[in-house]
Each structure stands twice: as structure tokens, then as C-alpha cells.
Design a protein around this ligand. Structure first.
Ligand code: SAM
Length: 413
């Protein structure tokens, strides 16, 4: 039988997580709460108590996340709360594993306030050595402090633990972010929008850049992102050890954009791509272009911004100028990737086969289609009333919504 509540829970019972009642410095207040949870985690031998700690730590994490948005707390307090929650989960896992060994008639996991999934997950955490677990946590916490990730996902932690076991440069295990087929749909995103981005839409996940770089870039290449936006590709490049693993290599990455912005702004050169591409011999060009008719005024109010062109013929003319400038900057065999979906409008019933037009334009500028992959724009990921209305309208009007982007890669002839 498990020991249940073998300690007085008075310490826990008084733990309240209500931001409005905080008197004095919230930073101090929450830090001391986390310290207390940490202390109980390291001393407790009761699963039930640890489950309580886990709940408190999860709630604290949420509060801290909300407060951080208002810039009231320092950057390292959230990772600290996450660390305590994960350590607590690992302690629960250890006790669960011990009780199995002792063959003591266990309580059902649901009676302990856990799901079966949690029970097996926490035991996986417990399987890792202290050294591996702490090394993994340190690395992932740093990524949260740096703003690369908003949190530490379970998936990331498990992958990192696996890497700690295999050795960092182990070639056996390839990153799950790399897709083995031309279906580049991601059930969970490894490189989500950068923290400073205010909107989810109008930006591809870094996972797409990972796959493009994996399949099309070579060691020593000059890789150019002439519509780099906020520099998601730079983040992915900086993190390449993680997804390249044993096949790690360097290349030169050049970032340009009409409106340099975001955390990598200082690395992005201002440039109007319809005018020129000031790079000689680009081995690989990769472009997440503004999708026609979907992102007006999303990136800027600049009239040179392709996103703000409302007439399709004008948009195609701009794309033609861009294709020509890419062609000038590349030698034969150079690769150029363009990411775009087609266009459909449910109300006006307009359908434009944008991907075919892009292909004709690039072909007319000295390229040939080399490869193609597909990725969901994840338009259905949020199921709310407006999405339900849109879906209904699409079916009623017999005009499909556009969810798939094509990743078209051309080769210079
Ligand atoms: C789809 S976004 C790219 C976003 C990027 N993938 C990211 O994650 O931040 C398209 C980018 O094209 C840029 N752009 C629009 N017109 C341009 C032009 N004429 N020359 C260069 N860049 C342009 C916009 O500023 C925007 O950053």
C-alpha cells in the first residue's frame, strides 16, 4: 500500500496562487513559492503529496507566464518554475517505479490523481540518470531564457534525454523534425513563431526551413533568404546541431528583407527584392513569399511590400522581377525554393492556381522545377466559431479553403 499523506500538508494548504493578492514584489513572492515547492519535491516520499506539488507548480507556471507578458518578472523565473514541475514529475515517476518493484498493491493511478499517460511519462523521466536529466533541463531552460522557446515541451525533453543517452553527435538518431517524405505536416511544431511576433499567421514554422535546409543545402554553400522576415531561418540555423546531429555542417547564411525586424534584425540587410538581389553566386535561395491575397498590411504598409499588392497581375509582375533577380544571382545547378499556396476566395468564388503561375515564371527565367513538397498551413488547428462558419461557407459555396502550401524548388539551368 502506498503511504498517503505521511506528512502534514499545512505548507501546501496555505499555498495560494492568486496574483491579485500579492503584496510587495511579485518576483520575490513567486520565487519563494517555487522554492517551497522545490523543497517539498526533494524531501517528500508521498506520491499524493507530490501530485499536489505538481498541480501547484503547473498553476504557478501559468500565473508567471501571464505576468511575464506584462514584463513584471525576470526571464529566468518561468524556466525555474518549469524545472520544479518537471523535477516533481520525475520524483513521482521514481516512486511509482519503486512501488512496482516492491510489488506493494498499488492504488490505481486515477486514485492518485494521475492519468495513465502521466504515470508512464513520469516513469520515463525517472529512467534517465540524474546527470542526464539535469543536463537536459539546463539546456532546455537556457533556450526558454533566450526566448527561443516559450516553454519546455515534453517532446523536447524526451528527445533531449535520448540525445544525452546516445551522445550529442550520435548519428544513429535523426531528428524527428526532419520529414522522410514530401508530406511536411507537423503534428507539433518544434520551431513556433518567434516570441516577438504578435500574430500566428503570415509566418511559416521554422520546421519548414529545417526541412528545406536538410534536403537542399550543402556544406559550405551560400544560402540566401531574401524575404527573411523576422529571421526564423537564422534561429533554425543557430540550432542546427540539434536537428543535423551527426551530419552537422556549416554554411554561409545571408538574410535580407524589405522590412528587417524582430530579434535578428541586426543580421537582416534591407533590400527590395523586386529591384535586385545583391549577392553573387547564391548556391541556395529560399523564399517564404507573401501569399497572394492573404497577408495585406501584415508586414508593413510599404507600397513596395508584395503582401500589399491587391491585383493579381501586378503581383505576378513583381514575382517575375524577383525570379529574374534570383536568376542573375545564381549559377547553373543553383537551387531556389519558393513557398506558396494557391488562392481561393469563398465569397467571390475566385480561384487562382498560384503555384502553376510561379512555376511558369521561374521556368521563363531560366529555371526548371526540381522538387516539390507539401505543408499544411494549419488553418484548421483552431476550431472556433469563425472557423466553423468558414468551413460551412466553403462547403455551401463549393469553394474549398486553401490549406496546403507547396514548397517548390527550382534548379538553374
Ligand atoms: C511570409 S513573410 C516571411 C516571414 C519569415 N518566413 C518569418 O518567419 O519571419 C514575407 C516577407 O517578405 C517581405 N517582403 C515583402 N515584399 C518584399 C520585397 N519587395 N522585397 C523583399 N522582401 C519583401 C516581407 O517584409 C515579409 O517579411
Amino acid at each position: 500500500m502506498y503511504e498517503v499523506y505521511n506528512q502534514q500538508l499545512d505548507t501546501m494548504a496555505t499555498t495560494t496562487i492568486v496574483p491579485t493578492v500579492v503584496v510587495g514584489s511579485p518576483e520575490k513572492h513567486y520565487r519563494s513559492q517555487i522554492d517551497r515547492l522545490k523543497h517539498i519535491t526533494t524531501t517528500s516520499k508521498s506520491i499524493m503529496e507530490l501530485v499536489q506539488v505538481k498541480r501547484h507548480a503547473t498553476a504557478l507556471e501559468e500565473v508567471i507566464r501571464k505576468l511575464q507578458r506584462d514584463y513584471e518578472l525576470s526571464q529566468d523565473i518561468l524556466p525555474y518554475a518549469i524545472e520544479v514541475r518537471l523535477s516533481c514529475q520525475r520524483e513521482i515517476g521514481k516512486l511509482l517505479a519503486e512501488s512496482k518493484k516492491k510489488k506493494s498493491p498499488p492504488l490505481k493511478v486515477s486514485e492518485m490523481g494521475l492519468t495513465k499517460r502521466e504515470s508512464s511519462l513520469f516513469q520515463r523521466f525517472a529512467n534517465a540518470s540524474d546527470k542526464a536529466f539535469h543536463a537536459a533541463l539546463e539546456k532546455l531552460k537556457t533556450e526558454v531564457v533566450n526566448g527561443r522557446y516559450k516553454s519546455i515541451s515534453t517532446k523536447r525533453l524526451l528527445e533531449e534525454l535520448q540525445m544525452q543517452v546516445n551522445g550529442k553527435d550520435s548519428p544513429q538518431q535523426q531528428s524527428s523534425v526532419i520529414k522522410p517524405s514530401d508530406n511536411w505536416n507537423f503534428s507539433s511544431i518544434r520551431y513556433p513563431r518567434l516570441q516577438s511576433q504578435t500574430d500566428d499567421w503570415g509566418y511559416i514554422p521554422g520546421d519548414l526551413y529545417v526541412n528545406c535546409l536538410w534536403y537542399y543545402a550543402k556544406p559550405g554553400d551560400i544560402v540566401v533568404a531574401p524575404m527573411a522576415g523576422m529571421g526564423q531561418i537564422q534561429r533554425v540555423y543557430d540550432d542546427r546541431k540539434d536537428w543535423m546531429r551527426g551530419d552537422f555542417f556549416d554554411f554561409t547564411l545571408k538574410l535580407l528583407d524589405l522590412n528587417p525586424r524582430g530579434p535578428y534584425e541586426d543580421k537582416i540587410q534591407a533590400n527590395d527584392l523586386t529591384e535586385k538581389l545583391p549577392v553573387e553566386k547564391a548556391d541556395y535561395i529560399i523564399m517564404d513569399i507573401p501569399y497572394f491575397g492573404m497577408v495585406g498590411n501584415q508586414y508593413s504598409h510599404n507600397s513596395k511590400d508584395i503582401a500589399n499588392i491587391t491585383n493579381y497581375q501586378d503581383w505576378l509582375k513583381a514575382m517575375h522581377a524577383i525570379s529574374k533577380n534570383c536568376s542573375i544571382a545564381q549559377l547553373p545547378q543553383g537551387l531556389c525554393t519558393v513557398i506558396t499556396p494557391n488562392y481561393r476566395h469563398v465569397t467571390s468564388q475566385e480561384i487562382l492556381m498560384v503555384t502553376d503561375d510561379i512555376r511558369s515564371i521561374w521556368t521563363s527565367c531560366g529555371y526548371q522545377l526540381f522538387d516539390k513538397a507539401y505543408a499544411s498551413r494549419r488553418i484548421q488547428k483552431t476550431q472556433n466559431i469563425s472557423m466553423a462558419r468558414l468551413n460551412k461557407a466553403a462547403k455551401k459555396q463549393r469553394i474549398m479553403l486553401t490549406d496546403i502550401s507547396e514548397i517548390l524548388t527550382f534548379i538553374k539551368l
